[in-house]
Design a protein around this ligand. Structure first.
Ligand SMILES: Nc1ncnc2c1ncn2[C@@H]1O[C@H](COP(=O)(O)OP(=O)(O)OP(=O)(O)O)[C@@H](O)[C@H]1O
Ligand SMILES: [Mg+2]
Length: 255
């Protein structure tokens, strides 16, 4: 049965999408069957995995508003071992269209439940907001991975995020866990990155992945080629670190 992991942090630009894309592709390269589910209207996970977000016939938007079933929306074999549930700017209208809809927190879950046995992992990229889209992702997920950027304001907003996860667990999804925190964009040349890591470790009572994702320009370049890092530059430090993270994620599931 598939493990469903949401990559969430309402703070913008912390590496959610980069993590969602490259965790998906690293797991896939280890032979795991992955569904990459894009819950962000920016559609960057979709395009980063080589799917043209504006050409996709049916997207998460159609799924959320009840216009299509999950099977119709999945773009199969976007890459080896990876199916993509694409999104684009259409999804930004979903929030408004859901006003007044009964059980709107469960729309995604009810659809994903139908396909979850087809996958080893379902990786959900969340938008930078604690919106109904993120709530749907957390209601669907078994666990959440929180990327934290190694910069000065790293802890800002984290208590609201953890509170939201607790509320979802209490009211909508009793199985939800925080899988762990992963540091991103670590710059070994500055003291600041190291200080941020130590400060978060001292103040945050959560599982923290041993793997730290370095700042690596190749990770920033890969999306413009529509490729995950293990295809764009498999020898880069970015590629190596996401492989290590994927190993940790797999091992954690087998504990
Ligand atoms: N480890 C890294 N090294 C270098 N650049 C990175 C790294 N991780 C992410 N980036 C770059 O930083 C920017 C923000 O990353 P990303 O889009 O993954 O963040 P996000 O949290 O998904 O953003 P948003 O909140 O807008 O969805 C992007 O331009 C991305 O290419
Ligand atoms: Mg993103």
């Amino acid at each position: 049965m598939g493990r469903i992991i949401a990559i969430a942090n309402q703070k913008g630009g912390v590496g959610k999408t980069t993590t969602a894309i490259n965790l998906s592709s690293s797991l896939a390269s280890m032979g795991k069957k992955v569904l990459s589910l894009d819950m962000d209207p920016q559609g960057n996970m979709t395009s980063g995995l080589g799917v043209d977000k504006d050409e996709a016939e049916k997207t998460v938007y159609d799924l959320i508003i009840g216009n299509a079933g999950v099977e119709e929306c999945i773009c199969r074999d976007a890459l080896e071992n990876i199916d993509v549930l694409p999104s684009n700017i259409d999804l930004s209208a979903a929030e408004i269209e859901l006003i007044g809809v009964d059980n709107k927190e469960y729309i995604l879950k009810n659809e994903i439940d139908k396909v979850k046995d087809n996958y080893d992992f379902i990786i959900i990229d969340c938008p930078p907001a604690l919106s109904m889209l993120t709530i749907n992702a957390m209601t669907t997920a078994d666990s959440v991975i929180v990327p934290i950027q190694c910069e000065y304001y790293a802890l800002e907003g984290l208590s609201q995020l953890i509170h939201t996860i607790e509320l979802v667990k209490e009211r909508l999804n009793p199985h939800l866990e925080i899988e762990g925190v992963v540091f991103t964009m670590y710059d070994a040349r500055t003291n600041l990155s190291l200080q941020v890591v130590e400060n978060v470790k001292d103040n945050l009572n959560q599982n923290i992945y041993k793997t730290i994702i370095p700042r690596n320009i190749r990770l920033a370049e890969a999306p413009s080629y529509g490729m995950p890092i293990n295809l764009y530059d498999p020898k880069s430090t970015g590629a190596e670190s996401y492989m290590l993270l994927a190993e940790e994620v797999i091992n954690k599931g087998e504990e």
